[in-house]
Design a protein around this ligand. Structure first.
Ligand code: AMP
Length: 224
């Protein structure tokens, strides 16, 4: 599987990516997770990224392009593909991705655009809680953990991301509108865009993705 998950913050990219990983074993590449790990480890890259992330702005293209290039070149991605989540987020990132993939002899099968209305995004982001240890994602109303503040999967502590605070959420959605939304047109023009109704729940989103990939595979086989 070689796919990109596109969509606003809170559209469910991370949640559906986790299901895709569990069911297909494809490596999950989340630039947000990689940057948060660098930030937690206090690396120079994490220090550089902090001010952008905490204010809801995008980290400079060269930083995330470098991170993704390195990750895509690792053996698991070369043999099993990738689920790109949160990258690309700008047109220059998409252009760089296409060069990186062509250098690696790879290409994208499909870009899934998870569509969710803005009020629903605000509600999802402000109620989101994440496990500090394993990264499992919850929602205080829609998907609460069994014990408040404790991860069902590993018993880790749940926390609210700094950038899920209400003021930063609005800023991130504005950044998405201006910098990331043009990617919808970009990928439509190259024939890779597949819209998905992102408010139908994770199982329905997962099934649409698998069904679409099956259909793409059949077309490719018929053309061969
Ligand atoms: P996410 O977990 O995908 O919502 O990303 C959290 C934050 O990390 C974003 O608000 C950005 O500050 C930064 N980030 C993640 N991916 C990218 C990217 N592809 N380009 C620039 N900044 C990114």
């Amino acid at each position: 599987m070689r796919v990109v998950l596109l969509g606003a913050p809170g559209s469910g990219k991370g949640t559906v990516a986790k299901v895709l990983v569990e069911r297909t074993g494809t490596p999950h590449i989340s630039t947000g997770d990689m940057l948060r790990a660098a930030l937690a480890a206090g690396t120079p890259l994490g220090v550089k990224a902090r001010e952008y992330m905490e204010s809801g702005r995008l980290v400079p293209d060269d930083v995330v392009i470098g991170l993704t290039r390195n990750r895509l070149g690792q053996s698991d991605c070369l043999s099993r593909g990738y689920i790109l989540d949160g990258f690309p987020r700008t047109v220059p990132q998409a252009e760089a991705l296409s060069v990186v993939l062509s250098d690696l002899g790879s290409d994208i099968q499909a870009v899934f655009n998870l569509q969710v209305s803005r009020p629903a995004l605000v509600e999802r982001l402000s109620g989101r809680r994440v496990c500090k240890s394993c990264g499992a994602i919850y929602h205080v109303v829609n998907m609460p953990s069994k014990v408040e503040g404790v991860c069902d999967v590993c018993g880790g502590e749940l926390y609210q991301r700094a950038d899920d605070q209400p003021a930063t959420v609005e800023n991130r959605l504005d950044v998405y509108e201006v910098q990331t939304k043009p990617l919808i047109e970009y990928y439509r023009n190259v024939g890779l865009l597949y819209p998905i109704e992102g408010d139908k729940g994770v199982q329905a989103v997962f099934e649409s993705i698998i069904h679409t990939l099956d259909a793409i595979g059949k077309v490719a086989r018929n053309q061969a």
